[in-house]
Design a protein around this ligand. Sequence first.
Ligand code: IMP
Ligand code: MG
Length: 184
Amino acid sequence: MPAPSPTIQLHDLRFRSFMAAETIRARVRHLGRSIAERHSGHTPLFLAILNGAFIFTADLIRACALPSEVDFMRLSSYDGTASSGQIIRHLDVVQNLEGRHVIIVEDIIDSGQTMAHLLPQLQAQQPASLEVATLLLKPGAVQHELPIHYLGFEIPNAFVVGYGLDYRGLGRHLPDLYQLDDQT
Ligand code: IMP
Ligand code: MG
């Protein structure tokens, strides 16, 4: 594979290399194994939060050596590089969650608002268990007490793109993660 470029431009902003695909891959494998151990004998239902989590979800379910199902919800709260504070649900889960072992899959928990909004609504459907897997967490930004059962990486409080995460629609296809460059 060609070496990733140290900086990239998306719209008006520059981003610099932050985390290599190989580092992500190793961590996702580890998370998949943890889920398989915890849920041995179950058929978990992975609930991917679109759009950002689609690549992480695809890798995570393949790293988890259990039969599983996957469903999707599409939520948005972000406007450019800042949270709009308002959560819009564009697509809802189809599956009945009652009695299921549900694992919500997020790309990143930033303010935690999306998760804080979603968890009670899903809990009301009486799943057998409800857990959260997130690739990234910004501890410096979280404003809610959240249960996080499977965590990829804690990262500094700067906007990141790549591996499914976007800036105004771009950057999702990048295998590595990039962080907003302060110089821009
Ligand atoms: P929260 O509700 O503030 O926790 O934000 C959650 C959602 O905002 C995430 O699922 C992402 O889709 C988006 N988001 C938060 N931080 C970033 C970032 O650094 N890059 C790209 N998207 C982000
Ligand atoms: Mg997201």
